[in-house]
Design a protein around this ligand. Sequence first.
Ligand code: FAD
Length: 369
Amino acid sequence: MSDKTSNDMADDMANRMAVDCLGAGCASLSLAARASEFVNHHFTIIDPGTHKADDHIWGFWAMPWLNSASDGARKQWFKWRIISSDRIIERSSQGYPYSAIHRYEWLEKCRKKALVAGVGFRSKPARKQALQILDSRPSPMKDGMMLQHFSGYEITTDRNVFDSTIAILMDFRCDQSRGVHFIYCLPFSARNALVESTLFSPELAPEPFYDSAIRRYLKEIIGIDDYRITRREKGVIPMATLPQRDPHLTGIGANGGAIRPSSGYAFSFIQKQIDQIIASAKPGQPLTVKTPHSRFELFMDGIFLRVIRRHPVLAPQIFTAMADRLTGDEFALFLSGEAGPRLWTKLVLAMPKWPFLCAVFQSDKAGKS
Ligand SMILES: Cc1cc2nc3c(=O)[nH]c(=O)nc-3n(C[C@H](O)[C@H](O)[C@H](O)COP(=O)(O)OP(=O)(O)OC[C@H]3O[C@@H](n4cnc5c(N)ncnc54)[C@H](O)[C@@H]3O)c2cc1C
């Protein structure tokens, strides 16, 4: 076995195609962490450090392509619930637990791997231009488009109040006056949980709205009003496929169509997108980046979003029916973009017929779904 000297490594990198990645978030760093799997491309991360996001949790189902993330998960739940005012649907999966990883931990792990693989880090591009630029900077959101917006915090209490074996993905027992609204609650232990008020609607709510929804939930549903807030997180995710920020560059991550419009999930899909980039890399050729969603999935997501936009009151029924119809494994596979025809058929049959049929024939002229 021969140990490469730093000179050998520099020569090797100079012979590769230079690829700059704009932004140092999930997509760029997840790709850079796997730089050793590319034999013909050399990566440099370009980030001015001016748009640093706060730490937050990425939730995902532990699928086979996410082993590295699953290993670093803070916690995994083998059971989860979707709750409406009249139903509690609980599902479980031994193979695909719902997992939570911290943004900062994942990015740091990726950064370390990237440095070992010889990835460069700069605050602005070098004078000699790279042959390809992968752009992970987010696209601006359009007015009136459907958004997933949320605000919440991690709390600690002095008594055991949470069932730490069950993740609450959606609890609709909260104010529905501003659109689809649910509480997302990830209990890390019996005394510690992340609780978020989440809306699917085109307009953000004033901050006190999310706050009072959480306080009410904790008081009326969990039964506590004495707790300490240890960390806050909030975000806005577009529920649509946005055009790329700069059409002359190659979009990656959220800017490369990785967000699943109907759910706002992107972490798992970004890792899928990177698998595709690696599998299709060819010597001397720019990398190809594809959206990790099929046309069919995007078409169905469009219909779904038109339904919940026009009939937000149906959301609790739709989500509980979906969870009720599928097994835990199927639910996890569906939300990870792995549904086949049989699973899609089950889902379509579980949906209320008229709103969905009408939405099929309603065009979305404003591109606002
Ligand atoms: C609070 C929050 C919670 C989320 N939770 C989940 C979840 O639980 N599960 C899930 O699957 N998805 C979740 N998402 C969605 C998605 O996974 C993330 O948005 C993910 O970070 C997208 O990765 P990305 O690399 O495309 O963008 P980012 O990670 O946002 O990276 C973009 C990079 O571009 C840089 N940048 C931005 N603007 C500029 C600029 N003008 N110039 C230069 N650089 C710039 C930023 O500094 C950053 O480094 C969440 C999103 C947010 C915001």
